[in-house]
Write a protein that binds this ligand. Structure first.
Ligand code: GUN
Length: 286
């Protein structure tokens, strides 16, 4: 089975549009998201354009602040302080990666935690770690979980989830979410020994390494649920650019029980979950 992330994201946006309309009617609040983009990285420009478009489509307010590539860290911090203090802004997202002269960790720490719709601030990641309510949870991990449940149903307890990758954006938070769902969780990474053998034990396999076609069919247990977080741009045999995931899709599809495609899997869910976080931030701070 192929898990359709595009459809799941459209379903989630439909639900969110209803919630946005209800918030307007009941409390006269329109959730609002501001995206800050520093520089002109082409991939980031596409992501930001999609975020702005979809935010508006569900009836929310979307603003975009474009800053020059030579913006200083101080200037960016001043911009964030202004947004933190602006009551009409419910969610703030600073598109990553930032230019090299800006320290990402300083910028993430400067976003008001209750407006941190990426869920990257230490207060939000700490809350997730502690299993506390009220955390804004990173978007891609939320999307992974929703897609895994599309195939497996709501109850994931006792399943063995193997995560490949340990980033703060995907690997670590998705492992914590799966633990909350009572999975047995193994986090693997570039130094892991016997990676294939560990992956073969997975009921749920999450690939978030950023290496094209890295996960082989021989690493996948028959019937496993495979969630492919990779977005890798490669050249096909005719020299044309195309997107592939971290999983050798054609081969793995024949062994697994269900798999997310690239594109059309986790990617669309990430943006839909960003909208969900913005609605939650607006509701919590109304
Ligand atoms: N760049 C790539 N993915 C992300 C994300 O989830 N959030 C932000 N802010 N930047 C990104």
């Amino acid at each position: 089975m192929i898990i359709d992330g595009k459809q799941a994201a459209a379903d989630l946006r439909k639900t969110l549009a209803i919630e946005v309309a209800q918030l307007k009617k009941d409390k006269n609040i329109t959730p609002s998201l501001t995206v800050v983009l520093v520089g002109e990285d082409p991939a980031s420009q596409i992501y930001v354009r999609n975020k702005v478009k979809q935010t508006r489509e569900v009836g929310m307010i979307s603003s975009e602040i474009k800053l020059a590539v030579d913006t200083t860290q101080e200037q960016l911090l001043e911009q964030l302080e202004q947004l933190n203090n602006d009551n009409s802004v419910h969610g703030i997202l600073v598109q990553l990666p930032l230019p090299k002269h800006i320290d990402e960790s300083v910028i993430i720490a400067a976003i008001a935690p209750h407006k941190d719709v990426d869920g990257f601030h230490a207060l939000n990641s700490g809350r997730l770690l502690n299993g506390e309510k009220g955390a804004l949870v990173p978007c891609t991990p939320q999307g992974c979980l929703i897609l895994a449940k599309k195939h497996l149903g709501e109850d994931l307890s006792g399943l063995h989830a193997v995560v490949i990758g340990r980033s703060n954006i995907v690997g670590k938070p998705v492992a914590l979410l799966l633990l909350q769902e009572h999975c047995t969780v193994t986090i693997t990474h570039s130094r892991t020994k016997n990676l294939a053998e560990i992956c073969r034990q997975a009921d749920i396999l999450i690939a978030a390494v950023g290496r094209p076609n890295f996960v082989q069919a021989s690493w996948v247990k028959k019937g496993a649920t495979v969630i492919d977080v990779g977005i890798n741009r490669i050249e096909d045999e005719n020299g044309k650019g195309k997107l592939v995931g971290d999983v050798d899709f054609a081969a793995v599809e024949k062994v697994c029980g269900a798999i997310t495609p690239v594109p059309g899997g986790v990617g669309p869910m990430t943006i839909a979950c960003l909208l969900k976080n913005t609605v939650e931030a607006a509701r919590a701070n109304a």
